[in-house]
Ligand binder design. Sequence first.
Ligand code: B12
Length: 215
Amino acid sequence: MLSEIKNSLINLDIDKTLELVKKAIDQGFKPLDIINTMAEGMKVIGDMFERGEYFISDLIVASEIFKEVMKILEPLIMKEKEVMKPIGRVVIGTIEGDIHDIGKNLVATMLRVNGFEVIDLGVDVSPQKFVEAVKQYNPDIVGMSALLTSTMMNMRKVIETLEKEGLRDKVKVIIGGAPITEEFAKRIGADAYGENAIVAVDICKRLVEELKGKK
Ligand code: B12
């Protein structure tokens, strides 16, 4: 069933993908497993784009399908959310020059489900906008997403701007996105790298604890 979902996404067949996702839910498949399958499919589509087998218009269709599927899955995931005092506050956004938001949205959803308050600044977020949000919302964590090798260096600019404004010690910084690595995170002075939305939750919990320890 999951491989059928992946294939119908790769074939850019929206009707079939939505039908299969609904069927999978009825059959008891976990929303998170469906999301992981969809993410694998997106990777294949990206590779096909790189090989010239798919065009930008195909990527747009694929992301629309992903978003439609998330409209079905998100309420199911949110239902599992426990009512509790927020564990911490996260300001998140896709870095300047970059409009990819599927992964960033997934991270925001998983954090919310797990008790974080999330302020989502959207896409193409400038260093100044990140800094203004830190001043306005006083978050524990700043999360940044980048999908392009040409934009990932803008993450360093955000960290530098936070330093200049004297805000760097007040927040923890976590970064992620397909081209990002642990090594890159260290190099630009981020506190953590999260490979996917699931591990991001545990890392953010740890970062909040570390921040509390400092206060
Ligand atoms: C869909 C897509 C698009 C869509 C985006 C729609 C949208 N609303 O997001 C559209 C069509 C708009 C698009 C445009 C472009 N794209 Co594009 N796109 C993709 C594609 C196929 C999938 C991305 C995706 O959604 N993946 C699914 C999600 C779930 O995975 P994810 O984003 O990696 O996120 C997970 C983790 O990385 C992590 N994560 C992500 N963010 C964060 C943040 C934090 C804090 C943490 C902890 C974790 C985390 O957790 C997520 C969930 O587990 C990728 C291929 C790929 N392999 O990534 C190319 C890809 C990223 N795109 C690429 C390119 C080149 C472009 C364009 C420049 C094309 C063009 N010529 O115009 C433009 C750029 C526009 C811009 N300025 O941003 C290249 C980048 C190459 C490079 N090395 O830089 C890729 C890799 C395709 C390829 N193989 O060539 N694209």
